[in-house]
Design a protein around this ligand. Structure first.
Ligand SMILES: [Zn+2]
Length: 429
């Protein structure tokens, strides 16, 4: 869409600028020109936003797009379509593809494919170690130059302490963020759900909360040693939240994200052996969930990210312990997160901050992603905060439909998603 576009009369919420007020947003050639009550050039195309919230497009810093290598689970085209339908305008994609994104040529391939077939912004995350094998560090500098925005071996932890120390040390030279899938393998081995009362009742082998908190504790010691920037992916247990809170209180460069399934569900969802309730880390106890909510309320957890992990039905239609880990989340992120606002856990502003400017800043995204500041790229979401709908797996836009929210009644529906001023999703069409 070229020329002027006026988004008129919405409730404009822009956490980066502390704005929450009824007003207009004026775009010109894909850039935000003004917010509030701007003079409207004649000939501007008008999008009515009466009754809608107008916010920066969501930034999801933890997504598995599965391409290259696992196109039967998801593709860059399908994954970015799901993102657009969920109001997400930037996805950071994890490197556990085949081949692994541990080389600038793979990064280049992903970016090229995203340019040709993607409909939202794709920001690749490079591997910390070659082949995700936990033995040898990748060339982080070259990967960043190729377009990687952070580093992770997600799906697996960086388990070796010496290697993690070197990764944090090395990453400092580039100001790079190291994202850890925090799991101590010797404690989690063999477990397929959270270890607790429910796993005993179901007769399934559990993996203890300590598997995560032990690793986060260790990593924070290594952050003290190195000064590297460290981020805990999909935090899920009370002990890890406490550790991050202590580290942040001491001013260490430590942050964390939580996935909607972890703050909205518990291990009770596994009763019935539904493999769409199987993910890594697993759904945790009520006490852990409460600690996550408190972490969000207190600002210890600053980012909401989905860990969107599409799987084909063959990978899920097997015995619980043999099923692949992971659920899709891009299309349910916004309404499930808005439950935090309705339940009084977070304000509108803080909730949207955790899905916009907070992850954008951690990843150092350029051109003002995650904000409506004039001069920024016009990535926006328009959503009806009151619209009630029921999640139906069959109606999701992505290739795989493995949601743990099937049948959930949610409130808040994306009406339009814009990337660089262009409508990439329209609920009315
Ligand atoms: Zn992970």
């Amino acid at each position: 869409m070229s020329g002027f576009v006026l988004i008129r009369g919405g409730r404009v919420i822009d956490p980066a600028n502390g704005m929450d007020a009824t007003g207009d947003v004026l775009l010109e050639d894909g850039i935000i020109r003004a917010v509030g009550r701007p003079d409207v050039p004649s000939g501007a195309k008008v999008l009515e936003a009466d009754g809608l919230v107008v916010a920066p497009g969501l930034v999801d810093m933890h997504v598995h797009l599965r391409e290259p290598g696992f196109e039967y689970k998801e593709t860059i085209a399908g994954g970015t379509l799901a993102a657009a339908a969920g109001g997400v305008t930037t996805v950071a994609c994890m490197p556990n593809t085949r081949p692994v994104n541990d080389d600038p040529s793979i990064t280049g391939y992903i970016l090229q494919k995203a340019l040709l077939e993607g409909i939202v912004n794709v920001a690749p995350i490079g591997a910390v170690t070659k082949g995700l094998e936990g033995r040898e560090l990748t060339e982080m500098g070259l990967l960043m130059r190729a377009g990687c925005v952070a580093f992770s071996d997600d799906g697996r932890p960086v388990a070796d302490s010496g290697l993690m120390r070197r990764a944090l040390d090395y990453s400092r030279a580039f100001g790079a963020l190291i994202i850890q899938h925090a799991e101590e393998p010797s404690l989690s081995a063999g477990g397929c759900m959270h270890e607790g009362v429910v796993s005993s009742r179901l007769g399934l082998p559990g993996l203890p909360a300590a598997a995560e908190s032990v690793m986060v504790d260790r990593d924070i010691r290594l952050v003290e040693l190195t000064g590297g920037r460290y981020h805990v992916a999909h935090i899920s247990v009370a002990g890890a939240v406490e550790a991050v809170a202590r580290a942040r209180a001491r001013g260490l460069p430590v942050s964390c994200e939580v996935a909607p399934h972890h703050f909205s569900l518990t291990d009770e969802a596994v009763v019935g052996y539904d493999t769409d309730a199987k993910m890594s880390p697993p759904l945790r106890s009520v006490e852990d969930r409460n600690a996550l909510l408190e972490g969000l309320a207190r600002g210890v957890i600053t980012v909401i990210a989905t860990d969107h992990a599409p799987h084909d039905s063959d990978s899920k239609r097997v015995e619980f312990c043999h099923a692949s880990n992971g659920v899709v989340g891009l299309e349910t992120m916004l309404p499930v997160s808005l439950e935090l606002v309705r339940d009084g856990v977070m304000t509108w502003m803080d909730c949207l901050r955790a899905m916009t400017v907070a992850p954008a800043r951690l990843l150092g995204l350029d051109r003002g992603r995650g904000t409506l500041s004039p001069g920024s790229v016009a990535d926006l979401v328009l959503f009806d905060p009151e619209a009630v709908w029921v999640v139906d797996a069959a109606r999701l836009h992505g290739t795989s439909k493995n949601t743990c929210f099937h049948g959930r009644r949610v409130r808040g529906r994306v009406k339009k998603t814009l990337v660089a001023g262009r409508i990439v999703f329209d609920d009315d069409l």
